[in-house]
Design a protein around this ligand. Sequence first.
Ligand code: F0G
Length: 458
Amino acid sequence: MELPFAESYKIKMIEPIKRSTREERAQWIKEANYNLFKLRGDQVFIDLLTDSGTGAMSDRQWSALMMGDESYAGARSYFELKEAINNILGLEYVLPTHQGRAAENVLFSVLVKNDDIVPGNSHFDTTKGHIEFRKAHAVDCTIDEAFDTTIQHPFKGNIDLNKLEKVLKENPKEKIPFVVVTVTCNSSGGQPVSMENLKAVYELSHKYEIPVLFDSARFAENAYFIKMREEGYADKSIKEIVREMYQYADMATMSAKKDGIVNIGGFIACNSEDIYRQACGFSIIFEGYVTYGGMSGRDMSALAVGLDEATEFEYLETRIRQVEYLGNRLMEFGIPIQQPIGGHAIFVDAAKILPNVPKEEYRAQTLGIELYVEAGIRGVEIGTLLADRDPVTRENRYPALELLRLAIPRRVYTDNHMDVIAVALKNVFDRQNQITSGYKITWEAPIMRHFTVELEKA
Ligand code: F0G
């Protein structure tokens, strides 16, 4: 008999989590103004709000933490991090930041100006936020297949080269500071970008003399999918694939809270000394001196180890197979999800699960609240609340997909937790006909409203 699959690690430290009653949860979510971000962590049984900063560090990482050098300038920990990034990504200049959006803030302060255009594959919301905050425009060039959850395509994070070329052709190059490729593409469902597409995007952009930036939050998961799905890569190591991917990037921003497997941290890496020098100026005013930029020495040391571990096949296989396990359980129950299953999360098609809730009443948010009340499971809305209002017309933007994301923290939950999630969602799905109304906004912030929005029952 073939042996079943098992995790490539064992557990050395545990953290208790608490169950609650349906009545308690109904009360707590009401007190949180029906915003899942406003719940307290201990009001949640299984927390799938994000895979960002929620992973479990390894014994090697905890050891590195103890060895951190806290020198203000020139800490050994900085050089450990720089060396890891030089070796793994192959980009030369490294500026640490406190997380991914801080890397965007520092780098975009150098590169993005009023009225610029930044094409990419479904920019993450903070990336888009940092573009629009500078009165520039993000243009989504993701392939159309990404916006139909039922289409099977191995690389739904790919950029449509025709869409990209149209943008590059129709605008002067001074108006396009860079093309951003998000690997994997979070907003389209944790979907990977193929090596072939990375290469083609790089060549096309360079033909128009535009540099390429990789938003690298989940670069290792992207490399895993290239190995598993793209011809010619099955026998290459993850580290070899990552090096090849970054031949097609001029620079990178990274939220290290994902594939760095640390609880806080990020960085900018690039090959241009000129851009690096300019970014140093913004780092010093926004983040910190250039050899720590918002991170403590110990965190940089733990990140250096995390980058190494995250680019090992055994780790990635365990990680992504768990996400797949959950996705398969949901599909067995007939629950519509983004297919194929992505790297860090399951994206549930809320519009199909709750067709009786009007779209103006936030279907994905409604599904998120139902799932929380059902079993204390916290997902996150990737739908109309997140898409926010058009900066000019102030009208709601209705995205092509209304999704509830169930992000799986790295090395934290077991497959038993996955089973609970699957059954809880099935229970909600089974009463879809009874759920006919959603929520309306009572207060919202002018930008990135989903974090703090307040709602009431419609
Ligand atoms: N880029 C991508 C693709 C991301 O997913 C995120 C964060 C960021 C940039 C910003 O990084 O949070 O460290 O400032 N994504 C988290 C999520 C928040 O839940 O998907 P950050």
